[in-house]
Ligand binder design. Sequence first.
Ligand code: XCC
Ligand code: SF4
Length: 625
Amino acid sequence: MAGKELNIEELSIWEDAKQMLLKAKNDGVETAWDRLQQQAPHCKFGESGVCCRICTMGPCRVSKKAPRGVCGADADVIVARNFGRFIAGGAAGHSDHGRDCIEALHAVAHGETKDYTIKDAEKLMRIAKEVGIETEGREPLEVAKDLAADFFENYGTTKGEVSFIVRVPEKRRKIWDKLGITPRGVDREIAEMMHRTHMGCDNDAANTVLHAARTSLADGWAGSMIATEVSDILFGTPTPNKTQVNLGVLKEDHVNILVHGHNPIVSEKIMEAVNDPELIALAKEKGAKGINLAGLCCTGNELMMRHGIPMAGNHLMTELAIVTGAVELIVVDYQCIMPSLVQVGSCYHTKMVTTADKARFTGAEHIKFEIHNGMEQAKKVVRMAIERFPLRDPARVKIPNGPVEVVTGFSNEALLDALGGSLTPLIDAIKAGKIRGAVAIVGCNNPKYKHDYCNLNLAKELIKRDILVIVTGCVTVAAGKAGLLVPDAIDQAGPGLKEICGALGIPPVIHMGSCVDNARILQLCALIADELGVDISDLPVAASSPEWYSEKAAAIGTYAVASGIYTHLGHPPNITGSEVVTNLALSGLDELVGACFLIEPDPFKAAELIDERIKSKRLALGLSA
Ligand code: XCC
Ligand code: SF4
């Protein structure tokens, strides 16, 4: 191992993380923080986006001395192409997840599975109607067939534009049409991005960036939005419920199973299987008091939103959860799953199980989940976990104590309910300046930051300023661990936000779900804009991903900006090698789509700058600052 000894105090703000980092060190377990040190300093060409590997005349790394690649591409073209493919990767991740949800809906509608059903028929009918499907006097399953077919079409090109374009405010649609960035089909935009960035195609950086915007919009307003809506139809629309977060949710005397990944299709069945009386009896036979299920990352968010399953941690806690020595099995589907989990697991008795053919891990056991066998496979996985309980070494178990309470489950439907059925109370509070604006803090962890320092401090600073905070993805756990996801947290909010949230009995930081559920926030912004008769870019709102790491997070940030939402990132994507692309991101897009990116690693400064933006939007609407 290279480099100097890591100072654990500096790595995370959390007690549970620090305890496990110390234990990892003593147990000889390597973590992401160790490997980051081995990788540093990072390659400057890669970091600034000027390394091109798109053909074998290269690879080319451009510099002052050699300003063009072999084909003649300059830094702007190379950076734009790399960025375009980065966005395509993220959009593909969310959207392919959405496709898996449609396949499940299709199978249910056509009677091809008994393992999945429609849990929210009311929502099914509502969504079908919204996208123009006849619902009058029809059976839900018949409507579901048509809805699945319609959603499948969103991936191709048959329709010219994606179905949820109906949700986009009129003014926004005009901007997209004028720029030629109205998303047509999910797969089409992604494939076109791959085509454009092949050698010898789109060699105009700004033009490539605009298609990146279009690709990201196909993610936000189709791939992710479909994933969210279909998941609600199949598994229920979330309503507020209470649960707990941090590593303390693991139980020393129980079989502990972790679900990790993104799509609720696997985790929902695991949740049912851990409640199977036969399996619970088997767990007791093996000496455990019962079976305990906890979530990680976005699949954890999905289960927490809908069912109040506790969350053990976010992205940087995934390795550390295994270091407790108390996890019998971790079952994953796809995305954000560190390959290192296999190695960490092998240092203890922890089994890793993969479930998707598109995400296999060497060294893990593969139990393939299909729509027709989800329940059977889930029981197999849970049984396997139980069998491993006797292999646990009690001497190597350490579970940090003191899980923290959270309130979760704020779908837009639930939020409307909490508001008494209409957006009016929220809009009135915004107009009166009691809630000055809203900011969605979303996304990941990244070991380049002190774990959750920026996620948490930005949330705290914003609520102090009477700005409502919405969280999804890995930021959820940060807010939750700090006690911000409970109604009592209004004590940390400014007077206006305190008054409104207090009256409604909701926390000042609202949990809206997983990363695909950022589509809920898009929809909410569109509803508010429509209600006020303005564009999304006129609203006193912003988005932020302080500690982001993934291609998916970049796609989210880009669709937020293209939808008119000013977006803060803690650090830039790998684009700084191009002036054209950097200037577009930081200001040029503001003129084109009414929003741009802000880059600021310091959460306190970021809060200040976001607040400035909200002030200017409020003043432009004729409201008090
Ligand atoms: Fe992944 Fe979605 Fe990021 Fe967390 S927030 S690290 S993308 S799990 Ni989506
Ligand atoms: Fe080099 Fe051009 Fe090939 Fe990229 S596409 S590797 S810049 S020759």
